[in-house]
Design a protein around this ligand. Structure first.
Ligand SMILES: Cc1cc2nc3c(=O)[nH]c(=O)nc-3n(C[C@H](O)[C@H](O)[C@H](O)COP(=O)(O)O)c2cc1C
Length: 157
């Protein structure tokens, strides 16, 4: 199939999350939108991460990730979690280690702290399926999603 699927897939709607992860003393955070719940019992969520991401290595080695749902007023997190330096990403925001050891940012609508249960490599992204070990709803603000975002994450590289 030619690339006609690209604009069609671009109309799919996703939440926009901050994913955090760690391996030993290394921590990182990145923006992720290819995220979904995949089971109620046990509670499982998946995130698709490109192998080029620094976070990819940390998730594989540390075996955990945390997802943070953002509020509509938190779109500045997009630029905060874009750069290469984890120290800049976590500067001046309060965070603490969650049950898995992943950084948990309390300034969010909700977080899910997950331990990786299954890894699938169906294409150019790796699917990490994690079991929710801990979770909290922290705010009733409406969540930030691709409806509020003018760009498209194509996932090409
Ligand atoms: C709206 C948006 C959604 C994104 N979704 C994903 C995603 O689901 N998976 C992914 O691998 N990268 C995604 N990215 C790209 C990563 O956030 C970006 O490459 C980041 O710099 C990776 O950080 P790291 O290399 O420090 O781990 C997204 C970017 C944006 C702006």
């Amino acid at each position: 199939m030619k690339k006609q699927w690209i604009p069609a897939v671009g109309k799919m709607t996703y939440g926009i999350y901050v994913l955090t992860t760690h391996y030993d003393n290394e921590i990182n955070g990145m923006i992720a939108s290819w995220v979904s719940q995949v089971s109620y019992d046990p509670p499982l969520v998946m995130v698709a991460v490109h192998p080029n991401r620094y976070s990819h290595r940390l998730i594989e080695q540390g075996g955990c990730f945390a997802l943070h749902a953002l509020g509509k007023t938190q779109q500045d997190f997009l630029s905060r979690f874009k750069g290469p330096d984890p120290a800049d990403k976590f500067a001046d925001i309060s965070w603490e280690r969650g049950k898995t050891g992943c950084p948990i940012i309390k300034e969010c609508v909700a977080y899910l702290d997950c331990r990786v249960k299954t890894i699938i490599r169906p294409g150019n992204h790796t699917i990490f399926i994690g079991e929710i070990i801990d979770a909290r709803l922290l705010s009733d603000e409406e969540t930030f999603s691709t409806i509020d975002y003018s760009g498209i994450y194509l996932g090409k590289a």
